[in-house]
Each structure stands twice: as structure tokens, then as C-alpha cells.
Design a protein. Structure first.
Length: 349
């Protein structure tokens, strides 16, 4: 069985494809992208990972690049075909978006396009045919649910359940996928698994809708129960503590941590700073350059906010906006930009 490098979209259908392949391939790397330049960036990540795996001897000779629920431009298709050949990897794309028609016609040997089925159903049928997956069809109800909502079959008996599933994934924003892509993906695949378990129940849409809050709390809970907001804050704070070297920034002699659209700034910031007394501040920035700052009596973040973003607030809680902020879907680029911006503002003053 090959080592699979699986890139998929960021909606219910995209994660549905990865939910299935995670149950077939023992060795797999997962990536997600929305359209545009993020697709190119993720394809480059895949090639880099394959080269790294080959160099360290971590993979077998049989490697497969799998792309689902994403159509490629002609340029992207030519590039990944050439790179796959260069690194000795197989290539398979499974998609249902008609906008990929011209590209599909140029790469028929690896580009499968079928506009009559969602990508999850295409992936399911491909796995069953090629890898003998799910002989008892235990996964078919959740696959047909995703298919019904993704291609909008209102008269399908699974449609109403699909509506709940669609909102379940689009509303799963507790973990930022730019900051923690693996954990965000695991969370969403866990939600899909919970939906699969309930798919055959009477009134399944209502059951899942009623259960979602508890399903999410169960994912984030470690130890005693608490409110969901507190559980999420503690979970994110643990991730930040584990990854703090990657996330550390500096404001003069002060050490802080930078997150991206993490939300719940006060709860997460306080939880992290309490667990990491060697850090002086917590900073969260969003896609528009708005930022929030928190401290724990070690730095006047209102002065920091005023200096770097014409902002203000209180000594332990403040905010502002970074002028000419440059957003990215790659966290390391966000961190580099913010750090350089802070250095520049300090030098100006």
C-alpha cells in the first residue's frame, strides 16, 4: 500500500474525502487548501515532504499524490505532473467541479472528473474499486449524506441530515487551521465520524443537531468537565505551550507569543500566560490586521498597542490595527511580517 499525500478542499466534501482515506492508508500525510494561491503552496509542501521523506528513508518506493474536491488550473496541473514524475510519485485527482473540464481533458491519465457525484462519493467508489474498502458498506450512509447536500439533492432522504453536517463543518472554528492545521483537521474528521455513527438513527438531523455541543466538548475535554469556552481555551493554551518556540515573537526585551485568528483572546491569553510565566504578552492578529494584546502584569500592552497600531486599552488588555498588514495562509509568513513590523515601529521611536 502506498504512502499517500492527500490534498483536499476545506468544506464538508473535502474533509469527507480525507475521512475515508484515513481509514484505508496506514501511512498518509494530509493537507487542505481553499482555491487560489493556497493550492499552489500546498502542492509545493507535498513535493517538499516527499523529498524529505525520500532523503530520510521514511517512505517506501510507492508514493501517491492524491488531490480531491479541488480542480486545478492548467498551470497547476502541468507543474504537479512534472514534479510528481521527478520525485517518483503516482498522481490521482478526483473531483466534480465543472470548471476543471479543460484541464481534465488534457490529463486524462490521472485527472478524474465527474460532475454527477460529489468528491466524497467519487473517492468512496475509487477506494472500493481499487482497495476493496468497506465491503459491508458501513460508510455509505455518511457518504450519501455528503453527496446529497454537496450537489444539492433536495429530495434525497439524506438531504436534511446533510444540512446539519454542512453547518457542523463550516461552524467548526474552534481551532484555526492556519495555526494548527493537523489538530483542526483531526477535530473535523472526529465530527464527521460522530455524524456517521448517528446517520441511521430515527430523526438523525435533530439528534446530531442536539448532540453537537456535547460532541465538541468531549473532543476538547481533558480531565474535569467545564464550559465549552473554557475547555477550548485550555486546549488551545496547551497547543500553544507545546509549540511556543515556533510562535514566539519579541517586543524589545519582552517575549510574547503570536496567534492567528485564535478567538477568545482573553480566555486563551490568560490561560497561556498563567501556564507560561516566562512570557510577557499574548498577541492575536486576524486577516485584516486587527490585533488583540493581553498581559499578566508584566507589560503595559496599552502602550504597546499605541506604539505599533495606533491602538490602546488597558495595561493588561489592549488592541489596535497593523497598517498595510500582509495576510497569508502560511503562519511562518504571518509571524515574520508581524515581527518585522514590530521591530520597525520600535526603531522609529
Amino acid at each position: 500500500m502506498p504512502v499517500v499525500y492527500h490534498l483536499s478542499h476545506i468544506d464538508l466534501d473535502g474533509y469527507g474525502c480525507q475521512y475515508l482515506t484515513a481509514r484505508v492508508f496506514e501511512r498518509a500525510h494530509f493537507y487542505n487548501a481553499n482555491y487560489g494561491s493556497e493550492v499552489t503552496a500546498r502542492l509545493e509542501e507535498i513535493i517538499t515532504q516527499i523529498e524529505r521523506d525520500r532523503f530520510t528513508g521514511k517512505t517506501a518506493d510507492d508514493r501517491l499524490i492524491l488531490i480531491t474536491d479541488l480542480n486545478l488550473t492548467a498551470k497547476e496541473a502541468r507543474w504537479i505532473e512534472r514534479e510528481a514524475t521527478r520525485v517518483g510519485a503516482g498522481l490521482q485527482l478526483l473531483d466534480h467541479h465543472g470548471t476543471g473540464k479543460n484541464t481534465a481533458e488534457r490529463h486524462t491519465e490521472w485527472y478524474t472528473l465527474d460532475t454527477t457525484r460529489c468528491a466524497t462519493l467519487i473517492t468512496y467508489d475509487w477506494l472500493r474499486k481499487r482497495w476493496s474498502f468497506d465491503p459491508e458498506e458501513a460508510y455509505r450512509p455518511i457518504v450519501e449524506t455528503i453527496n446529497a447536500i454537496d450537489i444539492w439533492q433536495e429530495h434525497d432522504p439524506h438531504f436534511e441530515y446533510g444540512k446539519v453536517g454542512l453547518g457542523m463543518i463550516s461552524g467548526a472554528r474552534e481551532i484555526n487551521r492556519v495555526l494548527f492545521p493537523a489538530e483542526d483537521r483531526t477535530f473535523k474528521l472526529t465530527l464527521i465520524d460522530a455524524a456517521r455513527e448517528r446517520a441511521a438513527l430515527p430523526d438523525a438531523p435533530i439528534v446530531l443537531d442536539d448532540d453537537l455541543h456535547g460532541i465538541k466538548k468531549a473532543f476538547f475535554r481533558e480531565g474535569k468537565n467545564d464550559t465549552k469556552d473554557n475547555l477550548v481555551a485550555d486546549y488551545i493554551a496547551r497547543l500553544l505551550t507545546k509549540e511556543k518556540q515556533r510562535l514566539t515573537i519579541r517586543y524589545g526585551d519582552h517575549k510574547g507569543i503570536l496567534t492567528y485568528s485564535a478567538g477568545n483572546t482573553s480566555l486563551i491569553g490568560n490561560a497561556f500566560l498563567t501556564a507560561n510565566p516566562d512570557y510577557d504578552f499574548y498577541m492575536d492578529v486576524n486577516s485584516r490586521g486587527n490585533f488583540s494584546l493581553r498581559s499578566n502584569n508584566k507589560l503595559d500592552v496599552s502602550a504597546m498597542a499605541e506604539l505599533i497600531g495606533n491602538g490602546g486599552g488597558h495595561p493588561n488588555a489592549a488592541g489596535g490595527k497593523i497598517k498595510d498588514y500582509k495576510d497569508s495562509f502560511v503562519y511562518s509568513e504571518i509571524r515574520a511580517f508581524v515581527q518585522e513590523y514590530i521591530h520597525g515601529k520600535l526603531e522609529e521611536n
